[in-house]
Ligand binder design. Structure first.
Ligand code: HEM
Length: 216
């Protein structure tokens, strides 16, 4: 993928176009430009972060509705509950499970001292099930107000794609719910998660549904 992006970037260096890669190459802060490696890393991050995360969110939404048919019935009757339902999926089945950081200095959190240069995992999925923030956190409840979830991270690295992802999901999910009656996950085999414990998504999520009668 790095080679692929490098070739695309070289192409834009020779002939800038009206696109994001050309703008990244031209970007300058205090006379400093991004290195080729940084630019390639950013393109890779953007492609993956912008694609598989929202796919996971949609998959998790389908799984949550499958496990909670009452919730599915409720959003079918009251589509205005859909935005809250999407936030609840983000909290309950966070598509990005954890963040990875390296400490730049020794730090003490809640009495635990972590030395400098340590790799630390920040478990978003755990924070999103914190009973001090969310009463009965193990309950999937599309009417709870989950605005304080941190499924999109927090602070300076807060997800730049959060509004896009919410928009995509708010279009795709109502369409799926409306156009795929009797929507169920097929449980003939256990669902297999992605490896790596960063993304909480399934390698495949087979479903069944009843075809709608064609409109005449
Ligand atoms: C359900 C969908 C999504 C979830 C759950 C999600 C989650 C996250 C999280 C947790 C972070 C913080 C990473 C960190 O602090 O290390 C992040 C950052 C980021 N996300 Fe998303 N994301 C989603 C969709 C998207 C989309 C659609 C895009 C782009 C089109 C995107 C692009 C990015 C980028 C570029 C960053 C890095 C921001 C930075 O480091 O300043 N994400 N995302």
């Amino acid at each position: 993928m790095s080679d692929y992006f490098e070739a695309m970037l070289e192409d834009r260096r020779r002939q800038p176009r009206d696109d994001m890669m050309s703008e990244l190459l031209a970007a300058e802060v205090d006379g400093e430009r991004l290195s080729m490696d940084d630019t390639i890393s950013f393109c890779t991050l953007l492609l993956l972060a912008g694609h598989v995360t929202t796919t996971n969110l949609l998959g998790q939404a389908i799984r949550c509705f499958d496990e909670h048919p009452d919730a599915l019935e409720q959003v079918r009757k009251q589509p205005e509950l859909m935005p809250g339902a999407i936030e609840e999926v983000l909290r309950y089945a966070s598509p990005v499970w954890r963040l990875i950081r390296t400490t730049t200095a020794e730090v003490t959190i809640e009495g635990v001292t972590i030395p400098a240069d340590s790799v630390v995992f920040g478990w978003l999925a755990s924070a999103n099930r914190d009973e001090r923030q969310f009463p009965e956190p193990e309950r999937f409840d599309i009417t709870r107000h989950t605005h304080r979830h941190i499924a999109f991270g927090h602070g300076i690295h807060f997800c730049i794609g959060a509004p896009l992802s919410r928009l995509e999901t708010s279009i795709a999910l109502p369409m799926m719910v409306e156009q795929l009656p009797e929507l169920h996950v097929v449980h003939d085999q256990p669902l297999e998660l992605f490896e790596g414990r960063v993304l909480f998504g399934f390698k495949r999520l087979p479903i069944t549904f009843t075809a709608l009668e064609p409109a005449i």
